[in-house]
Design a protein around this ligand. Structure first.
Ligand code: AQP
Length: 328
């Protein structure tokens, strides 16, 4: 049995990209492993958030975790800020990180680019992410492609701490799916689909209704060739839609190419949209039943209780290793 940890930021409602690249895979781990799934709300505040929206988004994300099939009897589901050990260990991890390595993080560079008033937290959130993972003795972290660099940093920080202080941390492996690890924006297929994007036409929210999904996919950028063929370099828009189609329908890329041979993009896009609608429908139904339930609060309370228990043990070990505990 391995320990699995992953988190999602409540910076908006998750997109189809978050689902296909990460969330969808979480469910498959819970049968045989000790899984921790987290609403990483402290990561969300690295950029300004409206307090009511953040609160709502955190609850909505927790409901979505359950709606996609996370079973609270098998997995621990919790909200990061309800487990103070994350922030405490985050400080320890910051203190063993180098400025240079944090400044090299591409996500920091992208998010800080051309912004005024960039928070220090945007720079130091990767050490907090390392803490999230290391507190649970995590063996495997399933994430999308964009988190690869942060995971490499987590591994480095674990090894650095183990060498400098005491060998307490498991150095985690990253699992990135072979297909769908980077779902691209529908309008600008050379950038990744992101939930906090200002232009909602570029992403499919997990809560978009049928009409909206159809409209967004029909308007997705393709090219002038009218040939349904997978070619990521020369046909990024079509290839992205094919990836989405394949993951939502279970059809292979070759099957999709054969199905739409000699047909235009109109038919193809309709097929993609229907496959997405079919995949999201049962999730949306379960989500609607859960979002206002007391059951959700009970699950999050129980999740926080277990996470606190496990995380505090590891925090104590780390503090002891650094001389932060009191000598009695
Ligand atoms: N476009 C994507 N394709 C595949 N996987 C993706 N992930 C994110 N975008 C894609 C994966 O989803 C998980 C949760 O991500 P996150 O919410 O913690 O942060 P993020 O990676 O920064 O996601 P967003 O949607 O782009 O959020 P914002 O807009 O707030 O920055 C991670 O495993 C991630 O790899």
């Amino acid at each position: 049995m391995s320990v699995i940890f992953s988190g999602v930021k409540p910076t908006g409602f998750p997109t189809l990209g978050n689902y296909l690249g990460a969330l969808k895979h979480f469910v498959t781990y819970q049968e045989e492993n000790d899984c921790y799934f987290c609403v990483v709300n402290q990561h969300a505040i690295t950029v300004p958030q409206d307090k009511l929206e953040l609160r709502d988004n955190s609850r909505k994300l927790a409901a979505l975790y359950l709606a996609i099939g996370i079973d609270p009897e098998k997995s621990t589901l919790f909200i990061q800020s309800e487990v103070p050990a994350h922030a405490k260990m985050g400080w320890i991890m910051q203190c063993i990180s180098y400025m240079g390595e944090l400044e090299r993080m591409t996500q920091f560079k992208d998010k800080a680019d051309n912004r005024v008033g960039v928070s220090a937290g945007l720079l130091t959130y990767p050490p907090l992410m390392a803490s999230d993972i290391l507190l649970y003795g995590t063996d495997i972290v399933p994430v999308g492609d964009d988190q690869k660099q942060h995971l490499e940093l987590t591994r480095n920080l674990a090894e650095r701490f183990n060498k400098q202080y005491n060998d307490i941390f498991t150095v985690p492996d990253v699992h990135i799916p072979k297909i769908g690890a980077r779902i691209m924006d529908l309008g600008t297929p050379d950038k990744k689909m992101s939930k906090s994007d200002e232009n909602s036409a570029g992403y499919i929210s997990m809560l978009d209704d049928e009409k909206t999904i159809m409209k967004k996919i029909k308007r997705a950028t393709t090219d002038s060739e009218a040939i349904v063929k997978y070619d990521k370099e020369n046909k990024p828009g079509v290839s992205n839609l094919m990836t989405i189609y394949s993951l939502c329908s279970g059809k292979s890329i070759n099957e999709i190419e054969d199905m739409y041979e000699g047909k235009g993009y109109g038919d193809f896009k309709e097929g993609v949209a229907l496959a997405v609608i079919e995949s999201l429908k049962p999730i949306q139904e379960r989500y609607n039943a859960l979002i206002n339930s007391d059951e959700l609060d009970d699950i999050l309370d129980r999740g926080a209780e277990k996470a606190n228990r496990v995380a505090n043990k590891m925090l104590q070990k780390a503090e002891r290793a650094m001389g932060l505990e009191r000598k009695r």
